[in-house]
Design a protein. Sequence first.
Length: 281
Amino acid sequence: MVLRKTSAFEHFGVEIPVEGAVLRGELLVPDSPGTMGVVFAPSSGLGDMHGNDADAGFAPLAQLAEGLAGLGIASLRVDRRGVGRSDGDFAGPELAIADFLRVLTHAGQLPELQGGLVLVGHGAGGALATVGAGRSPGIRGLVLIAPPVSPLSDLLNYRAQAEVVLAELPPEEHQRTLSQIQADYESRKPLFLFRPVLNLNCPVLAVQGAMDWIFPPAEAKRLVAEAHTKGKPQADLLLLEGLDHWLVRTTTWRSAAENLWPDWRVDIQGIEAIAGWIARL
């Protein structure tokens, strides 16, 4: 696959019938697509296919999809049932898995996504992407952005500590202090829970911004280290300096409310790095 920069791509609405609902999404097709396509796993909770869970306009997954389309990579994003434009009642874990597997079956039949699929999951959505990669044939790769691999209590404690400490500091001290908090977390080596990823046969890319105060970069590091320990060399780490949990470039911490501002932009460095890894597949 050769990356082709383009400013031209088309948006197509997609409807996928599932038991008791219709999932609606968006297919982005470049004017000169490459040989592989991407399917985004739905976000966790009430996050829609754009990566926006408060109707505030910040759409990191949509920005990432458009950036990939600008590099010649087609993609499909779908709202989970009961969220965004999809109807039906909100799905629990088992039904969410069944729905996503149906999405992957549908994606494999789309001519725009022929040549193999790469799955992308952000944050807790990475768990759904991992299940899909393990249960669907023909998956060529898995990209996990800011994957949580430790107990939720450890991750919540990290986030709470970062919020309390950084909120009291001037912005120019945020980067240095966050690095110290991250180093402290990494030294504790919490329990590794993300074991299903170790059973996959496809290559895996763990992506994390070094300025992530939601999930510490140690999570992505441990995922790759565990994979290598299990004899799976096709696991790569992409640690991006100056980028945060959403791959937005920053040198400072932001409050939860500020994170929803619609003007934040996913950094082109992160998009190009992910696209480059997909191209090497």
